[in-house]
Ligand binder design. Structure first.
Ligand code: SF4
Length: 476
């Protein structure tokens, strides 16, 4: 895959999301509060943790102070990610002490990529933590939580990479909270980009068997999902075992998913440019449910920097991949990830990045200043770029990105787009949908229409969203 720190991007801008669960065991209600940081895969993992804990009788807490179990599902994508976790743990320590004074107990668990990267350090620095569980071990949460409840407060660290993948132990997926859902099909990475922690925190590349994926997709659709986003750190390297004994590619999996009645839209993220094979390109041409919007991280427009990053493609190869995709699907729009100030990046390298971004015309892009992740090759490079230069480059790049994003959104005015109505809007009588390009679309319509896909004539656009009116008469 390929975001700057090697994680899937949160569509809400990398912010935190919360999911909650509720339950009763032996007549005693226990509540869990889950705080999710970062990427879509963490969002998926948090939902699955909830699925695992539900049979233990855990129910949802809206606030950590109301919870018997607090889970911080952490992410290493952002700079100072672990500092944010430690700061949050300071709050948890105070809440835990307050509970103890009332004779109650609160279990604090840290999961996700920071847990994997800093397991023992977390236990050492934050004494309030009862459990540290790596991303490949959260299927053991029920057993580990029970153990923590029995123990006198000795910390438990579970960060091994198990021989049997966690997916084999996950329960049936619960109904999604809305009409869109994530489904992890692949995890881990063997590419070892210079700046990325994923190969160390999520482990080697693994693809779930196709039947397991299809069964979970069916379950999500039964629960109301109309759009599924397939997740993987390197999702288009998918090579899961098919029911016929053959290895299925992502293209093949998408074709089979498209046969599921009720599943209207399919997306996948995050892709590596090197793994866009002909079958996947053909799927973009042939499968109408596959949305014409693709996140294809390029990271840099300089061949020299791409080589230092160990990205395994050149800018010419990236351009060719984009051409292949656009010739398969002429309405395809692209988003990307970009890092400025990777060790060794010179001004001319950065100008190459600006040129490439100007040429490809991304509909969206996520850009970041390089920041070292301990243990990665780039972190120990001696030719780090000064902070001032990184800041200036990022500002210039973001100016270009915002301009392109606004132009793309403005180009939608007057078009009739199929919009999936996803949730109620902030204003009375308003609902918010998703365009094929993942833009938020604000319209006036009754709430009962949530879940429908209807043609919407776009009447206005800003840098971040569209608005329009239902245009039932138009064919789409
Ligand atoms: S190492 Fe893997 S997950 Fe990380 S950025 Fe590179 S391709 Fe993506």
């Amino acid at each position: 895959m390929s975001s700057p720190a090697g994680c899937l991007r949160s569509r809400s801008g990398g912010a935190m999301t919360r999911s909650t669960i509720t339950s009763t065991e032996n007549g005693v209600t226990r509540r869990v509060y889950v705080k999710t940081y970062g990427c879509q895969m963490n969002v998926y993992d948090s939902v699955r943790m909830a699925d695992l804990l539900a049979p233990l009788g855990f129910s949802k807490a809206e606030r950590p102070q109301d919870a018997d179990l607090v889970i911080l599902n952490t992410c290493h994508i952002r700079e100072k990610a672990s500092e944010k976790v430690y700061s949050e743990l300071g709050l948890m320590r105070r809440l835990k002490m307050a509970k103890a004074e009332r004779g109650a107990r609160m279990i604090v668990a840290v999961t996700g990529c920071v847990a994997q990267a800093e397991g023992a350090e977390i236990m050492h620095r934050a004494r309030c933590v009862d459990l540290v569980v790596g991303p490949q071990n959260y299927h053991r949460l029920p057993e580990l939580v029970a153990k923590a409840l029995r123990s006198g407060g000795d910390g438990i660290i579970e960060t091994n990479f198990p021989a049997v993948p966690k997916f084999d132990f996950l329960p049936e997926a619960a109904a999604p909270e809305g009409v869109t859902a994530f489904l992890t099909i692949q995890e881990g990475c063997d590419k070892f980009c210079s700046f990325c922690v994923v190969p160390y925190t999520r482990g080697a590349e693994y693809s779930r068997p196709a039947m397991q994926v299809l069964a979970e997709a069916r379950q999500l659709v039964r629960g109301g999902a109309r759009e599924i986003t397939l997740l993987g750190q390197n999702v288009n390297a998918y090579h899961g075992k098919g029911p016929d004994g053959r290895v299925w590619t992502l293209g093949e999996l998408i074709r089979r998913l498209a046969e599921l009645p009720g599943l209207a839209r399919i997306r996948y993220t995050t892709s590596h440019p090197r793994d866009v094979d002909d079958d996947l390109v053909a799927a973009h041409r042939e499968v109408p449910q596959l949305m014409p919007f693709l996140h294809l991280p390029v990271q840099s427009g300089s061949d020299r920097v791409l080589a230092v990053m160990n990205r395994r493609y050149t800018t010419s190869e990236y351009r060719r991949t984009v051409e292949r995709l656009r010739s398969a699907r002429s309405d395809l729009a692209l988003s990307t990830d970009l890092i400025v100030g990777h060790p060794g990046e010179k001004e001319e390298d950065f100008r190459d990045t600006l040129d490439l971004v100007g040429e490809i015309k991304f509909a969206q892009a996520f850009s970041f200043k390089y920041s070292p992740r301990p243990g990665t090759p780039a972190a120990s490079a001696t030719n780090q770029v000064p902070e001032q230069a990184k800041s200036e480059r990022l500002a210039a790049l973001q100016t270009l990105i915002v301009t392109q994003q606004r132009e793309f959104n403005l180009s939608c005015i007057g078009r009739v787009l199929p919009v999936l109505f996803a949730k109620a809007g902030k204003h009375e009588g308003q609902i918010v949908g998703r365009s094929p390009y993942l833009q938020s679309v604000h319209i006036t319509a009754a709430r009962y229409r949530i879940g429908e896909i209807a043609p919407v004539r776009i009447t206005a656009a800003s840098t971040t969203s569209l608005s329009g009116a239902i245009a039932e008469a138009f064919a789409i």
